[in-house]
Design a protein. Structure first.
Length: 358
């Protein structure tokens, strides 16, 4: 498995990034960072605690860049997850708690703490504000996890709803808000972090349509197999860890670096999001940033693209509708996609700026 580049090496001005471990040593992928408990930790308007330093490196990078662009000073405390650090789950939870306590010690009046992943599920709604102080907000990416996870039982949810501060949970889509209705109290809903990269895509000839990211059970394999014979003049590729063979598609079952992921997106004629159901998509956000057409269902994608985006499909759309939309996307005008990018990034920046200063 390749080690992603350190987010600290590409951080924007106004951002401090710190790697945390139980021993106070620098974590792998956090070279050159300092101990946030020391005097070198600057005051910040927002402290981001990222307990998935590997998996959410790109998400956190975009989030901090967007907050800095909106005029906020930002500090990031990153904790590598077990699959990234090789350490035990218990050590990970302990490091996470340490990061929250450190955030409490260094935060100034009016500072917000934002946790990018609920390590303990709904229990985090109580634990994180208790350790880090208020206001502390937890980003809930998957209200209904695809795999078994701690803190999502009905008992955990009820206890959290009873004891947690209001607006301690943040989601990125209307669908996520709907699935949490009645189970989480008042929510914060903000767009997925998106930054205008001001780059131009470089699609190949013949056109290449890609599905990117790791395999998950909610990927629609039947749809992908049905699409293959309908797109004979298009190169169809799937790149991501854990994928099974898919008839008609060239599948690379492997992890790819951040640099290669950027290249795969930039050289795509279109990027598909073939889920049966999902709450958000980091791949879709990256395609929008790169002005590359992204194709998926309206209920999930419209929160990023806007409802008028021309490559949205209904939930029950069949392979013929998907293939027609793919062809339209391949032939689309770059100016349209650049306009979508500008609108999406401006809206996200405005909403996050309001949140950071409220």
């Amino acid at each position: 498995m390749s080690t992603p580049r350190n987010v600290a090496s590409v951080r924007p001005p106004g951002t401090a990034v710190y790697g945390l471990s139980a021993s106070n040593h620098q974590s792998e992928g956090n070279e050159g960072v300092t101990d946030p408990t020391g005097p070198s930790c600057p005051p910040a308007d927002v402290i981001i605690v990222n307990p998935l330093a590997g998996a959410l490196r790109h998400y956190t990078k975009r989030l901090q860049q967007m907050l800095v662009d909106s005029g906020s000073s930002v500090a990031v405390f990153s904790v590598p997850e077990p699959s990234f650090s090789g350490r035990s789950r218990l050590a990970w939870v302990r490091d996470y708690a340490s990061a929250l306590l450190r955030a409490r010690r260094v935060r100034r009046h009016g500072c917000r703490v934002l946790v990018t992943w609920p390590v303990l599920g709904h229990i985090d709604r109580v634990v994180a504000p208790l350790l880090a102080g208020r206001p502390t907000t937890i980003v809930m990416h998957d209200p209904l996890p695809l795999v078994r996870a701690v803190g999502y039982s009905s008992l955990s949810t009820r206890i959290a709803t009873l004891l947690a501060p209001k607006h301690s949970l943040l989601v990125h889509s209307e669908l996520a808000a709907e699935d949490l209705a009645g189970r989480a109290g008042p929510l914060v809903q903000l767009p997925h972090p998106i930054v205008n990269l001001a780059t131009a895509p470089a699609p190949s000839d013949p056109p290449v349509v890609r599905v990117l990211g790791q395999w998950k059970p909610d990927r629609d394999l039947a749809l992908l197999e049905s699409l293959a014979p309908l797109l004979p003049d298009t190169r169809l590729e799937i790149v991501g860890r854990g994928w099974p063979p898919v008839a008609g598609w060239a599948v690379r079952d492997e992890f790819v670096s951040e640099d290669e992921m950027d290249d795969l997106i930039n050289t795509s004629s279109a990027v598909l999001i073939p889920y049966r159901r999902y709450y958000q998509s980091g791949i879709a956000a990256r395609a929008i940033e790169a002005a590359v057409p992204v194709i998926g269902t309206a209920r999930e994608l419209s929160s990023m693209t806007g409802a008028s985006y021309p490559f949205l499909l209904e939930q029950d759309a069949g392979a013929s509708e998907w293939s027609g939309t793919i062809r339209s996307a391949i032939a689309s005008d770059t100016a349209l996609l650049e306009e979508v990018r500008a609108d999406a990034t401006a809206w996200a920046l405005k909403e996050w700026k309001t949140w950071a200063r409220s």
